[in-house]
Design a protein around this ligand. Structure first.
Ligand SMILES: Nc1ncnc2c1ncn2[C@@H]1O[C@H](COP(=O)(O)OP(=O)(O)O)[C@@H](O)[C@H]1O
Ligand SMILES: [Mg+2]
Length: 261
């Protein structure tokens, strides 16, 4: 699989000058197509800032960002908006549904903006709502649905046009544990279909369900661990756990890590 995201030495500074906030501090990370990654960190650590940059909703103050090998800093507003529309499905903590539209209409709306014709829109909206288990709720308005159902509508909206990348910023932050489980199952199924899923969370349990966990603190990446097989975990380039449950023996088997990581 190719490299999807290649971020090099990226910093984001809000309010440059005396009261500046360095929300990202020299972040370098790359994410391959098809990965399922959790970005974890406490509130204020820079997760949303990173997600906004990844999703081309904002640009870095310093550093480089290549998306599919394309230099994002060179793209104009139209090109950035094309990328957002065609490549990325966004899911946020607040579901951002329109209150007076039904589930179906909420999913359909962005397709109208994208110029998809009516019969195709209807087909895509229905398929997406069925995929998130809401085929029987298409005519319900947000107020008639639980938080978990509303978030499923938001996911259906994000995936209706089958974007290859799903960016979810604390998608379960407002949900109870049952609904959280449902949302995580949907994200996992999307990953199973070959999509890249980048999930932002401050919850360790949720992060543990991803294949790779990138931890961010004070705008810096402080760890990056990946499950390379059912039994092996690689953290910052070192094997930290193997099938015998041995932990903490970095250094050995380095060739193997490079091959698999
Ligand atoms: N638009 C903004 N203007 C000024 N400071 C901001 C802005 N957005 C975020 N910040 C600050 O940047 C830091 C990182 O914020 P954020 O990326 O939202 O963190 P997280 O999503 O991990 O909670 C915080 O200190 C936050 O207050
Ligand atoms: Mg945030």
């Amino acid at each position: 699989m190719g490299v999807l995201v290649d971020i090099r030495d990226v910093s984001k500074i809000y309010n440059p000058g005396e009261n500046e906030v360095r929300a990202l501090d020299h972040v370098t990370v790359s994410i391959d197509e098809g990965e399922y990654v959790a970005i974890i960190g406490q509130s204020g650590s820079g997760k949303s800032t990173l997600m906004n940059i990844l999703g081309c909703l904002d640009v870095p103050t310093e550093g480089e960002y290549y998306l599919h090998g394309k230099d994002v800093m060179e793209l104009d507003d139209d090109e950035l908006s094309d990328i957002r529309n065609q490549e990325i499905g966004f899911v946020f903590q607040g579901f951002n549904l329109i209150a007076n539209l039904t589930a179906f209409e909420n999913v359909e709306l962005p397709l109208i903006y994208r110029g998809v014709r009516k019969s195709k829109r209807e087909e895509l909206s229905e398929i997406a709502l069925e995929k998130v288990g809401l085929g029987n709720r298409m005519d319900h308005k947000p107020a008639e649905m639980s938080g978990g159902q509303q978030q499923r509508v938001a996911i259906a909206r994000a995936i209706a046009q089958a974007p290859p990348v799903i960016l979810a910023d604390e998608p379960t932050g407002n949900l109870d544990s049952h609904s959280t489980g449902e949302i995580m199952d949907i994200l996992e199924a999307l990953h199973g279909e070959g999509r890249t899923v980048i999930l932002i969370t401050h919850n360790n349990e949720i992060a543990a369900r991803a294949e790779r966990t990138i931890q961010i603190r004070d705008g810096k990446i402080v760890s990056d661990s990946k499950i390379v097989s059912d039994s092996k975990i690689v953290s910052d380039g070192k094997i930290v756990s193997d099938s015998e449950g041995n932990k903490g023996y970095g250094g050995e088997n380095e060739d193997e890590i490079k091959e698999e990581a």
